[in-house]
Every structure is written in C-alpha cells, then in structure tokens.
Design a protein around this ligand. Sequence first.
Ligand code: 5GP
Length: 180
Amino acid sequence: MRDPAIGEILVQADELNHRIDQLGTEIARDYAGREPVLLVGVLKGALFFLSDLMRRLDVPCEVDFMAVASYGSATQSSGVVRILKDLDAVIEDRHVLVVEDIVDSGLTLQYLVRNLRARGPASLEVCALLTKPARRQVELEPRYVGFEIPDRFVIGYGLDHQERYRNLPYVAVLQSSART
Ligand code: 5GP
C-alpha cells in the first residue's frame, strides 16, 4: 500500500511468520498437560496475531475476546481502562493466556491482568507481539514477547492509527507528520 503515512518497516511479514512459529512451539510445549488453554484476544489490535498464533498451537485451545479502551490521548494511555466487551467465558480454574498486540507504558495490561486475576484462573500469562521497554511505567513483563521495538508509534498487522492501517502485512512506523 502506498501511503506517505507509512514509514520505516520495523518487522517484515516473514519475520512475523517465523517468530510466531517459534512462539507457537514454545507455548504448546509449556501448556502440554494444562489443556485446554483459553486464549483471550484483546480487540482489536491482537486480531491477526491471535489468529496466526492459535493456528500454530498444537494443543487443545479455546478462544474468547475482550475489548478495552484506555482513557488518555490518542498516543498515550492513562491507565484508566474501560471494558467495552467482557469475556463470555468464566475463567475460574482455567489456564488463561492473554494475547495482546503491544505493551507500551504497560498500564492497560496491568489493569487487565489485575482484573482477570481477581476472577481466580488456574494460571494467567500474557503473550504480546510487541513491547516497547523504553516506555514502561509499571513493572510488568509478558511471559511471551514477539519483538522488542524502539519508542516509535507503529501501525500494521492489526495495529491502527485512527482505525486505519490494520491490514498492512508488516509492522511499520507511522510517519510523525501523520500523527495528530
Ligand atoms: P499502554 O497502556 O501499554 O501504554 O498501551 C497499550 C495500548 O495502547 C495497546 O494495546 C495499543 O492499543 C495502544 N498502543 C500503544 N503503543 C502503540 C503503537 O505504537 N501503535 C498503536 N497502533 N497502538 C499502540
């Protein structure tokens, strides 16, 4: 797609593919004997990551979704999170793996993890495609991470800017001139 808002590509499609293969193998190995694992996709950014990861998991698994909105500016979350869509499933005594697109300050994930932990799952881990360690405001590291990226606002492979660019097959930097 030709668009001046699309900047440098940070993660190419084949790199995504390869890393998600590795994550699938690792997660399937870790969850053997703790099935079925319940994947909780965080909408909408984790859309493609979740579906690609799930197809690589060679263990029985189920899927459910949550949608959250973080109060704050367009590019900066505040840690005050509103649940737009809650899980259908009851997760008490279940093995839950939260699948996130990106961990930035970590505030959204911190809220989500606390909220889900209070429901009494047998285990609760997080798998994030991307993480920006330089931006972290809370001590929180996902158990599984696809790629560490620098402090840039990225789009593609599910990640949006004002709801666009999710369909890019790679992860690219949003040109700063396109940020509002
Ligand atoms: P946090 O609470 O960790 O600061 O922000 C997490 C959420 O902010 C992510 O789930 C994602 O929706 C959004 N976000 C953070 N960084 C980026 C980015 O570089 N690009 C996009 N598209 N969204 C981001």
